[in-house]
Write a protein that binds this ligand. Structure first.
Ligand code: BG6
Length: 287
């Protein structure tokens, strides 16, 4: 029996060729469907039956072995942002991950386990559960014999009905670094509205964040453990135009709310130590 046959589950998990000839898993659960590329272990789609897609995917995204996918959930690891002479946001999002196991729980939730073949001194596992909600679990173990640091971020792109209609709650009274203005600031507003380029790294927060989207009549809820940073990003007009893999108008239909451990929340692991970040993304109709 081939590798793909052992991992495929009839009517539930299918392995197939996606955009750009890249391999992907197509998943169907009783409540939702999803697509995950092995390139980057990249969740490219998640949709609850009868609801709008939860994740935004750019119509201009590259799908190539050496390029990240623009949209869905890129895994940022082991560094966040730029690094001299190295790929921005680390190497995990452009690596080919191994799909090790696929299972179905009694309630129909589908579970896929991925491993990063070369984690640069770390053993990295990623588990995605596709059911009523979308579950993401990133596990990192230091395989070396000295302390080692890393940053990680699940760079989630959410699809919204219109950027001017949404509000984001859960980050008030939280300090952040404003990457656009290059200043430290404190979030004073009870909710965030996106009215220009936003690129903020909120620190020391494990709070639940919600995105209220009256246009789609839904509330997106992002719950996490093992993550102390939340990044909020929308490139707005000029930056959108400067990105080759992003449509000029696409900033109107997306917002990134990213869960991770970056900058001063980077993680230091002792030899052999493991850390786990869990994120659950759910949605429900707005009352
Ligand atoms: C965000 C960063 O997480 O990712 C932004 O805070 C960055 O500064 C954005 O522009 C997109 O990064 P990239 O490498 O995917 O273009």
């Amino acid at each position: 029996m081939s590798e793909s046959n052992q991992l495929e589950i009839p009517g539930v998990v299918t392995l197939t060729t996606g955009e750009g000839g890249l391999r992907k898993a197509v998943i169907r659960s009783p409540r939702s469907s999803a697509e995950i590329y092995l390139h980057g272990a990249h969740v490219a789609a998640f949709q609850r039956h009868g609801e709008e897609p939860l994740l935004f995917m750019s119509g201009s995204s590259a799908f190539a072995p050496d390029k990240p996918i623009r949209g869905g959930i890129p895994i940022i690891f082991p560094w966040f942002g730029g690094r001299e002479g190295m790929p921005a946001h680390g190497f995990a999002r452009t690596a080919e991950w191994e799909l090790g196991e696929t299972t179905v729980r009694v309630d129909g939730t589908v579970c896929l386990r991925f491993a990063l073949p070369d984690g640069g001194g770390f053993e990295v596992g990623y588990t995605v559960t596709v059911g009523e909600s979308l579950g993401l679990e990133l596990s990192v173990r230091n395989t070396g014999d000295e302390d080692a640091d890393f940053e990680s971020c699940l760079h989630t792109y959410f699809l919204v009905s219109g950027i001017d209609g949404i509000s984001i709650t859960g980050l008030s009274d939280t300090g952040y670094f404003d990457k656009v203005r290059e200043v430290e600031a404190l979030e004073t507003s009870p909710y965030i509205r996106i009215e220009g380029e936003v690129d903020r790294v909120y620190s020391d927060t494990a709070a639940v964040v919600e995105i209220e989207d009256p246009g789609f009549g839904r509330l997106i809820r992002i719950e996490k453990t093992g993550s102390n940073s939340t990044v909020v990003w929308n490139p707005w007009i000029a930056k959108s135009r400067s990105m080759a893999d992003f449509g000029d108008e696409e900033y109107l239909r997306m917002v990134c709310v990213e869960s991770g451990n970056v900058a001063r929340n980077k993680i230091t692991l002792a030899a052999g130590e493991r850390s786990v970040m869990k994120v659950e993304v759910g949605s429900r109709p707005l009352a």
